[in-house]
Design a protein around this ligand. Structure first.
Ligand SMILES: Cc1cc2nc3c(=O)[nH]c(=O)nc-3n(C[C@H](O)[C@H](O)[C@H](O)COP(=O)(O)OP(=O)(O)OC[C@H]3O[C@@H](n4cnc5c(N)ncnc54)[C@H](O)[C@@H]3O)c2cc1C
Length: 494
């Protein structure tokens, strides 16, 4: 039986482990932290379960497919609940709308804003869905390890058909032509951490798929999915070893031999590295050429998150809420210049709306997330004084939201996540939230590959590799990766 070591128990590492176990490999996951999950993690306080980062679950069929692949019924592992309205959106002007994936309800809401807006919205959905389907068929589901994959005529024609070079904001302006809705769409398309005023409109597919397929919630919070994967790995006979930092990937004569960890050596035929790709290149491999290349890449922004345990329930909040702040365009771009926003736009995650089991001894719990510069810029000092200043600025913005004026007085517990923690806890290179940036010239074949070109038996998976960042995208990536490994075995390349 071939032995596999997976370095890192993030979503990419865990899902690869499941697929390879199902294919009959002997798999051990080595995770440096006491708890697996990587950035999809949890904070436990007074019986409450705070999701650490990820909260938005799109395309649920991708989350359940891996259980089917393993021959299991996902319902024995976790419970999915549909969310609609998908967002409550608050504007600095005081206006507030609920937006739905239910088409009839969405059309009615938009008609109330501007009478022909529903027609433009439907046009947007059609066009952006096309971008999603083309991206999925020709890029996201393909290995992209060979230049010929991006140079064939059919693919270039399909790629050009979705007009990828227009910026996201220009595209939305031309299709939607309503500032409030444009800003709502722009905010969502930033879930991969690129500047929407400078980057491809392809990412408008993010709000489109949220509206088309809806948003979902896992009972008990997002971290329940990691617990479900952990159970699945054990059910399939896999091994997970936490508190184990890998220090080097062992390579002899261009062939992987296993890893060296603080707890000893682990020999294997295959190593799948789920630790963030640029970190792995710089620290786990001795390859100066690759370091030079990866260090020159453009990186996504980072985030600052406040976790609040509250003494009150806020009925006017939905599960997912967006606050579009003043001078949206200027402020939303500041992190990409290395600066903190002065009037931050916010994402508010309020799982207590749908889940009584999550709040513990608090009346309810709330995460507030703001995009901030990554550590590459070195302009922001994440010390106590600055964190407190930024926290106060955020709470001042929150007071502008109808119904949340008294939030500050109802905080019983408060903690934060900064780019520094993303860097040190998860080895997220430059403390980014979303890895190597998804600029067009850093996607598909031009993004770090799933397979190392120089070393037999060495593979990578995660936010900074193809197909890219986001839980469902990475889960899909593990499908491509498993097929690559199987093909290499079949062709005796390992
Ligand atoms: C704030 C925030 C919000 C997000 N929201 C969403 C969302 O709503 N929906 C969504 O789909 N996605 C979201 N994402 C993106 C999603 O969380 C990530 O894309 C995904 O979790 C990354 O998974 P990964 O496989 O790259 O592994 P990572 O999460 O990067 O995990 C890598 C693992 O490797 C371990 N490791 C590193 N170095 C070593 C070593 N030397 N030895 C052993 N172990 C090591 C780390 O500790 C970590 O556990 C969000 C991300 C952030 C940061």
């Amino acid at each position: 039986m071939r032995k596999v070591i997976v370095v890192g128990g993030g979503i990419g590492g865990l899902c690869t482990a499941v697929r390879l176990l199902k294919q009959g490999y002997e798999v051990t996951v080595l995770e440096k932290e006491p708890r697996i999950g990587g950035k999809v993690n949890a904070k436990f306080k007074n019986g409450a379960r705070f999701d650490l980062t990820a909260s938005i679950l799109m395309t649920p069929q991708i989350y359940t497919e891996i259980f089917e692949y393993a021959g299991k019924d996902y319902r024995d592992y976790f419970e999915l609940l549909k969310i609609d309205p998908i967002y409550g959106v608050n504007y600095a002007s005081g206006e507030k709308y609920n937006f739905y994936s239910d088409l009839g309800k969405m059309v009615k809401t938009l008609e109330g804003i501007e009478y022909k807006l529903p027609i433009r919205y439907l046009n947007f959905l059609t066009k952006s869905l096309e971008k999603y389907l083309v991206s999925k068929k020709y890029f996201l589901n393909e290995p992209m390890i060979d230049a010929t994959e991006v140079s064939n005529k059919k693919l270039i024609k399909e790629f050009m058909s979705i007009s990828p070079f227009k910026s996201n904001s220009k595209y939305l302006n031309s299709v939607i032509r309503n500032e409030q809705i444009i800003n709502y769409m722009i905010f969502q398309s930033m879930y991969i951490g690129v500047n929407p005023y400078k980057n491809s409109n392809i990412y408008s597919l993010i709000p489109a798929i949220s509206h088309v397929y809806g948003l979902w919630y896992i009972k008990g919070g997002f971290y329940k999915y990691i617990e479900a994967l952990e159970k699945l790995i054990y059910d399939l006979g896999g091994n997970i070893q936490t508190n184990t930092t890998v220090e080097k990937i062992m390579i002899i004569n261009n062939k992987v031999k296993g890893v060296i960890s603080e707890k000893g050596d682990f020999k294997s035929d295959i190593v799948v590295c789920n630790a963030d790709y640029p970190y792995a290149i710089n620290h786990l491999l001795n390859n100066k050429k690759k370091c030079l290349k990866v260090n020159k890449e453009d990186y996504s922004c980072s985030v600052f998150i406040m976790y609040l345990g509250l003494n009150k329930k806020y009925n006017n909040l939905q599960v997912h809420n967006i606050y579009i702040g003043e001078e949206f365009k200027e402020n939303i771009q500041m992190p990409f210049k290395g600066e903190m926003p002065e009037h931050p736009s916010l994402y508010l995650y309020y799982p207590s709306k749908i889940d009584d089991s999550i709040s513990g001894k608090f009346e309810s719990i709330l995460n507030i997330m703001v995009r901030v510069p990554n550590l590459q810029y070195k302009k922001v000092k994440w010390d106590k004084k600055n964190i407190n200043k930024f926290r106060n600025m955020i709470l001042k913005e929150i007071e502008k939201i109808n119904g949340l004026e008294d939030l500050k007085e109802n905080i019983l517990y408060e903690s934060y996540l900064t780019p520094i923690q993303l860097k040190h806890k998860f080895n997220s290179y430059n403390g980014t939230a979303f890895g190597i940036s998804h600029k067009l010239n850093q996607t598909t074949y031009f993004r770090p590959h799933l397979k190392d070109e120089d070393t037999k038996g060495l593979y990578f998976i995660g936010s900074s590799t193809h197909p890219g960042n986001g839980v469902s995208v990475i889960i899909e990536g593990t499908k491509i990766l498993t097929k690559l490994i199987q093909d290499d075995i079949y062709k005796c390349k390992i």
